[in-house]
Design a protein around this ligand. Sequence first.
Ligand SMILES: Nc1ncnc2c1ncn2[C@@H]1O[C@H](COP(=O)(O)OP(=O)(O)OP(=O)(O)O)[C@@H](O)[C@H]1O
Length: 283
Amino acid sequence: MEIIFKNVTHAYEANNPSASLGLDNVSVDIKNNDFTAIIGKTGSGKSTLVRHINALLKPTSGSVVVGDRIIDSKTNNKNLKSLRKNVGMVFQFPESQLFEDTVEKDVMFGPMNFGVSESDAKVAAHDMIELVGLDKKYLSQSPFDLSGGQMRRVAIAGVLASNPETIILDEPTAGLDPVGRKEIMKLFKDLQKQGKTIILITHNMDDVADYADNVIVMHDGRKISEGTPSEIFNNQKLLTDDILTLPQSASFAQKLAQGQFHFDKLPITLNELSTEIKRQING
Ligand SMILES: Nc1ncnc2c1ncn2[C@@H]1O[C@H](COP(=O)(O)OP(=O)(O)OP(=O)(O)O)[C@@H](O)[C@H]1O
């Protein structure tokens, strides 16, 4: 689903002219089936931006085109169900929103809320639990008896069970260990391959390097840069202004050694690490 922001401004405190804007005249085109990462410091406007896509927030001025819908300041709160069914939102720490007494009921809640029959919702719940890598034995258990990582998967299954075309992820792997993080991110990359549009808010630059096609950089409510991970990581101004830091991991250095990213200038430690990895690869 293509999503186009046209000159969107969002004022949280419309009556207070000195309050800073949540979004300040943002225009951006998120392409159908792309994996888009949204990055930027705390308070830069990332969450405010994505909350416009399912009309949790509405523009103070400007508009957002989401598929065949237009969201602007006059958008009515009624008739948003089809939009919200098509735009699945995984909030930070989504497990805090689990509430049913079994995993099955929790995953069925979303689709049933959107009008899916109980029997179809049950089929979806069973499929999604498998898709997120959980054993079906958990379906009859209380979500609150599961580990944190398992609860996170149940919450994600609940969003996927409505079969949204676009999936918005607000730091979906926060607090997970590296293995759990990788598994969940791989799931979203697989969903992109199946045709979904993925929008990821993240502070993790390795995830940006590993998964994103396109990166939007937010600062003080404005979009200050946009491009491929390579273009963004090569932007010296973002680096010197401390808006962006390069991943310092061995896996990023390995990508550099394999020539996946080309840099005009590299930090010395990364350069040395990638040279060492290149030496090892070439024996
Ligand atoms: N409900 C609100 N009322 C007033 N101001 C808000 C509200 N929510 C966010 N803001 C302000 O809007 C700006 C953008 O916040 P936002 O949460 O979108 O940033 P963010 O980039 O998502 O931050 P984080 O990385 O911490 O999640 C900040 O200045 C913030 O203080």
